[in-house]
Design a binder for this molecule. Sequence first.
Ligand code: ADP
Ligand code: MG
Length: 707
Amino acid sequence: MDATKREGEGAAQKNTAPTEVLATPVSQVREVTSQWVPLLDKLGIRTAADLLFFFPRDYEDLSDRRAIADLEEEKLQTVRGQVVEVDGQSGGFGKSRVGVVVRDDTDSIRAIWFNQPFMRRKFRVGQHVLMSAKPRFQSGRWEMAHPRVSWLDHPEEGAGVDLLPLYPLTEGLKQYQVRRIVTAALEDYAAALEEVFPESLLASLDLESLHAAVRSIHNPASRTELSVARRRFIYQELFILQLALAARRWQQKVGFRAPALPASAQIDARITRLFPFELTSGQREVIQQVADDIASETPMNRLLQGDVGSGKTVVAVYAILTAVSHGYQAALMAPTEILARQHINTLGTLLEKSRVRCRLLAGSVTAKERAEVLQEIKAGEVDVVIGTHAVVQQDVEFSKLGLVVIDEQHKFGVRQRAAIRQGHYSPHYLVMTATPIPRTVSMALFGDLDVSVLRDMPPGRCPVSTYLIEPDHQQKWWDFVREKLREGRQAFVVAPLVDESENFAARSVAESFEQLTNGELEAFRVGLVHGRLHPHEKEQAMLEFRSGKTQVLVSTTVIEVGVDVPNATIMVVDSPERFGLSQLHQLRGRVGRGANPGFCAVLVDEQLSDSARERLNAFASTSDGFELAELDFDLRGPGDLFGTRQHGLPPMRVADLRRDRQILEEARRESQALFAKDPGLSRPEHARLRRQMLKRYGQALELADVG
Ligand code: ADP
Ligand code: MG
């Protein structure tokens, strides 16, 4: 029956377009039985092409394969043989032992598992297996304790192969079954795959062809062959991502027009006069970049990164007032109402003596007031609208919007910006973040934006002193906290939000609150805030802390972003190993913002792993957020802060930004060069690249058909 099916496929392939052949439902692929279809579906495999691109998660290294008689002690080796005996013993006290004897032509070997009684069920006499471990010669016989086992489809499977693919599995599907299906797909469908890169590019980039690569990624003959194949797929993924970002950037520039808002010497003087301090040279530099951008009709799309307290607001205010001085409106959006109110206060103070009209749009504004403000905005009677992201994006109609500033956008909804555009008109955009983004990540994921970095700090800020507090020093630390509280200062205590169901050693914020209010901080006024509270309750707790009604605020990381309470000088982080370095740094940035020096303590316990301790030591030893972001990236990868969902792009399939940095740099350079030669990728030899790009990123990046 299989043979017939195969012939049928072959015939179909002759006169069917390659894309249709590749779209063959997996149920029609040779070797696939109907009960596997739903299981494959769970793995995301629906078509023949899905099978071809279902890459192994790892490979069994069989390079040191031995006949049992040739084994050596204390070296990782692999034997192949047939199961001849399976036995199990339970030795009481929950102890058990499973033994499996495997024989080849030369000798036999006994594999042993302790306290894994289920292993017994995995073996049947007569099966062919591969087993890898460091063997020992025990009382006249070879033994392997807890070897890795591959169950084979037939005695010859994997013969002559050094690397046996290991696929992701799902319950009910076995490794050898997936191998068999993938092999069938390779034989019947791989020929229909079409090369994505033009021939000349393959040669100049030294990339393997798609056909060769897809075969060797499933069945590599050697480590070298595998890495050549992997490089090709990683390169392709990053190259196409970079093309998509280049396309988006290009589309923004040629597709939209913004008002030209040049800053004259007079405007500059009027604005800088408002600030009660000299601008730092970093601020000057960034302001220049922003001013150059908005002076042109090409819409600005700039990301400004600057550590907490580096003075990003000044840059925002400068851009806003430039827009206003040209008769345009500006919007300043913040993630929370507290931050929006903070901004309107700052602006109010700066603009006390000017005619610039600012209005607040936030959740707590009454419906009547809101209607009024909306009317004024529409009529052009408001110059600067300040509000929360959500509120400003909803239904605000501007009369003449020239600039949008998005503050503390570290959860990058950067790509929601379109909401405010109309037709081919777009305001200028400035997005600000206090979460330094590692260079690699910003290049990979935000490559469509221009990036400015504010590196220096305004003068006179003393860095926050940071301490790792060991359990036997906690007593002393709380003494110190109480002393500061009595002096009139305030403190944050941050703990993770842990579900009761979660089985973590970490203490939750609720537990911390209970313990502190009944113990160390019994005599003080303590508030509690966490993400599960109603927004209104949260707001209330924050306001009480700001006003000094509560002296200590126990919270989750909801306070991480931008909150400014100058009288708070102490930050205590419980279970700090649960936070990323950048996150800890953000938390530390909440204190030491006023006249008094700040103190940050992370409470550690003995069980802390060496790597966690190393991270925390690094945190204590530097106050440079950029350095910490890079370190965090080196240690934990991009997953933590820039989880794939936050920037709105589909997840990477084969590339790993940390491991593949070098390929990323090259792919970025090359894709930009290609895009510069053929903007819009309209040449026929680029049609497949373009199709791939649109298929994968068209929606996420709002790429119009760029042809
Ligand atoms: P962030 O970048 O975290 O948003 P802010 O803009 O809120 O930082 O600035 C932090 C503090 O530094 C504010 O109190 C601000 O007034 C002050 N500041 C900003 N620029 C300067 C400067 N050039 N000289 C002195 N103080 C400054
Ligand atoms: Mg700020």
